[in-house]
Design a protein around this ligand. Structure first.
Ligand SMILES: Cc1ncc(COP(=O)(O)O)c(C=O)c1O
Length: 432
């Protein structure tokens, strides 16, 4: 038996998270799909089979914007395809340009770009808490933060976790570690499965009381939620992130924005003070050990920021309309849909892994691609299909989505499992 065969054997009997997901590779048509061609948000996945894409997080549709596409070539001619220095040594000027524009947009002193949010968490979290600090993790926070927290734990830091919005438990934990002056609370700005927003005002108040920092992973929110929300524009203006949405400043916040979703660019950034920026340049490991963003990504980010100023508002209002159409349609069909914000993440609860697989395959046959979310990616009883909408989707595609979910409903009614109560909640995230 080869090394890899042995490992597969060993892990196929394990009950850990990865093994459970790996087992689905053979039964789910919606995993590891190869796009043979794209036409807007339609993807050719096999001869005579196209699917409508509701799994992309290119929320503003910038990936398909001709202005974005044209600009890449010009920057590549100027800078080469890849600045292959680590950032410690050198960065092309477009890095600085993008960092300054990002800082202006979100209203923070400075920003520091890395290729991904994952790399930021891996570098920044261990640097912030060192050997003796404590990380307080939101159980609904993104798994990449947990992975980064485990690196910090290997260095000696302590980990605690609390349920989303359970500030009473969080306060008890902060009291428990009151004597420790390295405390960092980790949350998502917009939760990646439910589209919920972090209750930032309460959280910041608590963090200030116990002198903790708040690290916000706003991979989804940046580009979509923004300042001064109104009844007519509930997600706010400019897409400048969850901190501005709540009308707060960055005093005790480390803000992390992702550009690979709304801005269709492989880049992410930390928003912080000049002093913190300089500290991270010295101590956040990927800054010196890992490679930089490709030129094309920096070019699309810069162009995206320009397009956001010109047309971002109209893309976001298109997106809002399509999301409302999907939300109302799915709720009218009788599905349980997690979304209380109108954010373009629309999560339909199916509530059982076996039904999830069958319904995922129904959707795929009906020409719909979604992000299938089984246990242990989510809690038991919360297994479901995550639909993400983008400004490049069309109303007719949303109609096809609803028609496909009507088929899912028919199937679940037939087997007598439509609309049954959700089972008990068991958290999918357990770091201990
Ligand atoms: C909330 C959240 N954080 C982090 C990530 C990882 O981002 P990146 O691909 O930039 O590492 C994701 C990816 O989907 C995410 O949803």
């Amino acid at each position: 038996m080869s090394y890899v065969e042995e490992r597969i054997m060993e892990l196929s009997n394990a009950e850990n998270r990865r093994s459970q997901i790996y087992k689905l590779f053979n039964v789910l048509q919606q995993y590891n799909v190869t796009a043979l061609k794209i036409d807007g948000r339609r993807i050719k996945v096999a001869e005579n089979h196209w699917v409508n894409d509701f799994a992309s997080c290119n929320y503003l549709g910038l990936d398909l914007d001709p202005e974005m596409q044209m600009d890449v070539k010009e920057q590549i001619i100027k800078w080469g395809v890849h600045p292959s220095w680590c950032r410690l040594v050198a960065s092309p000027y477009i890095y600085q340009e993008a960092e300054e524009r990002l800082a202006d947009l979100i209203g923070v002193e400075s920003t520091l770009i890395f290729p991904t949010v994952t790399l930021i968490s891996i570098g920044v979290l261990p640097a912030l808490v060192g050997k003796s600090g404590v990380l307080f993790l939101d159980k609904s926070g993104h798994e990449t933060m947990y992975e980064a927290a485990k690196i910090a734990r290997d260095n000696g830091a302590k980990l605690e976790s609390f349920k989303q919005d359970d500030f009473k438990s969080l306060e008890a934990l902060l009291i428990k570690h009151n004597d420790n002056n390295r405390k960092v609370i980790l949350v998502d700005g917009v939760y990646s499965m439910s589209g919920d927003f972090v209750s930032l005002k309460n959280l910041i108040k608590l963090a200030k009381k116990y002198e903790a920092l708040v690290y916000i992973d706003d991979a989804h929110g940046f580009g979509i939620v923004g300042q001064e929300p109104t009844a007519d524009v509930p997600l706010g203006f400019k897409g400048n992130g969850i901190v501005k949405y709540h009308g707060l400043d960055y005093e005790n916040i480390i803000y992390v924005g992702g550009c690979s979703k709304a801005y269709s660019s492989l880049a992410a950034f930390v928003g912080c003070s000049y002093k913190m920026r300089s500290f991270l340049q010295g101590f956040a490991t990927p800054y010196d050990l890992s490679g930089p963003c490709p030129t094309a990504s920096l070019a699309t980010l810069l162009k995206g920021l320009e397009i956001n100023e010109k047309r971002g508002g109209s893309y976001r209002s298109q997106l809002w309309e399509l999301t409302q159409m999907a939300l109302n349609g799915l709720r009218n069909l009788g599905f349980t849909v997690l979304n209380n914000t109108g954010f373009p993440i629309v999560y339909v609860v199916i509530g059982d892994n076996a039904d999830l697989i069958t319904t995922a395959n129904i959707l795929f046959r009906q020409g719909i691609l979604v992000t299938v979310s089984p246990y242990p990616m989510v809690s038991i009883g919360q297994e479901g299909h995550r639909i993400t909408l983008t400004a490049a989707n069309t109303k007719s595609e949303v109609q096809q989505l609803l028609a496909a979910f009507a088929e899912v409903r028919n199937y679940l009614c037939e087997v007598g499992r439509f609309g049954i109560e959700m089972k008990s909640e068991i958290s999918s995230v357990d770091i201990y």
